[in-house]
Design a protein. Structure first.
Length: 269
């Protein structure tokens, strides 16, 4: 019997990378997983992989910046399963470039996708998590995917660092709110280091980053960057998923407002 049997998890950005690995990991421990992503084919593929392994999952398309969609999908979860136990706010994007080159439109888009989405998810998930459950289980676990970029600055990544730093402190504030209410809901952040996911092919590598990392390249080379970690290589999405499963389970019941850093020693310098 899995550590999460009977529980329901909502995972955003689960169509690829860390989100997909988290959804698969949670399902492997018995959770019923509600998979969302703006990438419909990717989200359906995640569900197919979960079902092929004997798990239970459902996919719905979602733009995480739209509040009405959040309200609709949380209600859908309650209609389907009658409960919500785990929220993984994973959806995110990376904007790079010198701060003098970043447009206001890029800045606002970065904040909307990485920060506002977490705010909306938490806002709409909390009432559902506080609803009584037939098995008597109380509370829930909110897991916000931040980054090592939310712990320290990085040249050419001002917008991204700002967004992930905001996620880190919002996590702590929500943790304190829930603790004060004695509602049994915990809220923690996860801080991945260099992880081999498709986001590296989507980054704009113009300006300082190209010269600092991979001159002339069209995309950042995750293997080159990952080699800079003390362990000598980039991590895998499954490395982050293992931490998320831990935070979702009762094994982490005394953790809230914490930062789980999974970075191959990057921040230990």
């Amino acid at each position: 019997m899995g550590t999460l049997t009977g529980r329901v998890a909502f995972v955003t950005g689960a169509g690829s990378g860390i989100g997909r690995a988290c959804a698969i990991g949670l399902a492997a421990e018995g959770a019923m997983v509600f998979v969302t992503d703006i990438d419909a084919p990717g989200g359906r593929e995640t569900v197919a992989q979960i079902e092929a392994a004997g798990g239970l999952a459902t996919f719905r398309g979602q733009d995480v910046t739209e509040e009405d969609r959040w309200a609709e999908l949380v209600q859908r979860v309650m209609d389907l399963y009658g409960r919500l136990d785990i929220l993984v706010n994973n959806a995110g994007i990376g904007t790079s470039g010198l701060i003098t080159d970043v447009t206001l439109e890029q800045w606002l888009h970065q904040m909307n996708v990485n920060v506002t989405s977490c705010f909306l998810g938490i806002k709409h998930a909390l009432p559902a998590m506080r609803s009584p459950r037939p098995d008597g289980h109380v509370g829930g676990s909110i897991i916000n995917i931040s980054s090592v970029a939310g712990l320290g600055g990085s040249a050419g990544m001002s917008a991204y660092c700002a967004s992930k730093g905001a996620v880190r402190l919002m996590t702590k504030a929500v943790a304190m709110e829930c603790a004060a209410m004695r509602d049994g809901i915990r809220c923690n952040s996860v801080h991945p280091g260099i992880i081999d996911t498709p986001i590296w092919q989507k980054l704009d590598t113009s300006g300082a980053l190209v010269s600092a990392v991979t001159p002339g390249a069209n995309a950042l080379d995750v293997d080159v960057i990952g080699a800079g970690a003390p362990v000598g290589h980039a991590g895998k999405p499954e490395d982050i998923a293992a931490g998320v499963v831990f935070l979702a389970s009762d094994a982490s019941r005394y953790m809230t407002g914490s930062e789980l850093v999974i970075d191959g020693g990057w921040t230990a310098h």
